[in-house]
Design a protein around this ligand. Structure first.
Ligand SMILES: Nc1ncnc2c1ncn2[C@@H]1O[C@H](COP(=O)(O)OP(=O)(O)O)[C@@H](O)[C@H]1O
Ligand SMILES: [Mg+2]
Length: 299
């Protein structure tokens, strides 16, 4: 099943030819954040004993337009829950979220038009080609078929997917390529905020770099704000303008990769690396509890 995140909408993709803006740091006073999360909290009650798990615990984040913002945390730390709250797939228990000033509860439809989400288990019709998958998504989103077709070809060509591969089944593509097609599909709706939940998990190192480069390109060419979750320190370091470190549902540190590194070096006498940032703020190593399946790709 393809997840439908957006209301029908016909809009050409805003492609900027000017030098990409790099905006780092929290929005200055007076500037409307692309995404504002204030005291977001979500609890799940599970099991017969009705034990509550606080998946997201009083998290506040403010993201500027054009940023690539990373949510870094171990498995089970609450990353996907936070993304699902923002994409209105789950409801907040406390706190509030606004996308470009639109409150996600009061103006849910407006918010749905501004965001799109790609999850790690990107849903495809595996027997269909990338082209058919994008055409299907375009119909779901209510886009003009001709315009969407041209757009799909343009995006897929930029991904290095030639005409020949466009019409072969998705299942014959590498996982890295599938992930890029999933991101391309989300771009059809010209989202202002693109939510990528673990876009490179399970990819081999080369496909990982490939998808990371594509994410940067998307930010630069689509005037998009990108929020991505990851448990890959090198990815967060390389790709993200700012990083929020989350541990057991709580935001425990936030800053640019350089700020975080100098902070642990200065305050804790630790080595200025993201590894030691993670260790300092969570008390554990990311490698300990992550079984990274880095060699699964079939490219
Ligand atoms: N639908 C759900 N029902 C019950 N518990 C959930 C649900 N979704 C997530 N959780 C729990 O919330 C916590 C955070 O999960 P998740 O947001 O998926 O973390 P991450 O994406 O960082 O791996 C975990 O303890 C997980 O078991
Ligand atoms: Mg997750």
């Amino acid at each position: 099943m393809i997840e439908v995140m957006n209301e029908p909408k016909i809009a050409p993709m805003p492609v900027t030819s000017a030098e990409p803006l790099r905006r780092v740091g929290p929005p200055p006073p007076g500037e409307q954040p692309a995404l504002l999360i204030e005291h977001a909290t979500k609890r799940f009650v599970v099991g017969r004993k009705k034990k509550a798990v606080i998946a997201v615990n009083d998290v506040s984040i403010s993201i500027r337009r054009g940023e690539i913002y990373g949510i870094l945390g171990a498995n089970g730390s609450g990353k996907s829950t936070l993304i699902r709250l923002v994409s209105t797939l789950l409801t907040l228990e406390a706190g509030r979220v606004a996308v470009l000033g639109h409150d996600i509860e009061r103006e849910e439809m407006a918010v749905k038009r501004l965001i799109n989400r790609v999850s790690v288990d990107a849903a495809f019709f595996k027997k269909l080609s990338p082209h058919e998958n994008l055409a299907y998504a375009a119909r779901l989103y209510g886009l003009d078929a001709k315009e969407a077709r041209a757009e799909a070809i343009r995006i897929l060509a930029r991904l290095g997917i030639g005409e020949k591969r466009l019409s072969r089944p998705v299942e014959q593509m590498s996982r890295g390529m599938q992930q890029k097609v999933a991101i391309a599909r989300a771009l059809l709706t010209s989202p202002t905020v693109l939510l990528l939940d673990e876009p490179t998990t399970g990819l081999d190192p080369r496909s990982k770099l490939d998808v990371q480069a594509f994410v940067e390109e998307v930010r630069d060419t689509h005037d998009a704000t990108i929020v991505l979750t990851t448990h890959d320190l090198a990815e967060a370091d390389r790709l993200c303008d700012r990083i929020a470190l989350i541990n057991d549902g709580r935001l425990v540190a936030e800053g640019t990769p350089d700020e975080l590194k100098s902070m642990v070096a200065r305050d804790h006498g630790a080595e200025p690396s993201l590894e030691s940032v993670f260790m300092t703020f969570t008390g554990k190593s990311l490698d300990e509890d992550i079984g990274d399946n880095d060699n699964e790709d079939d490219e």
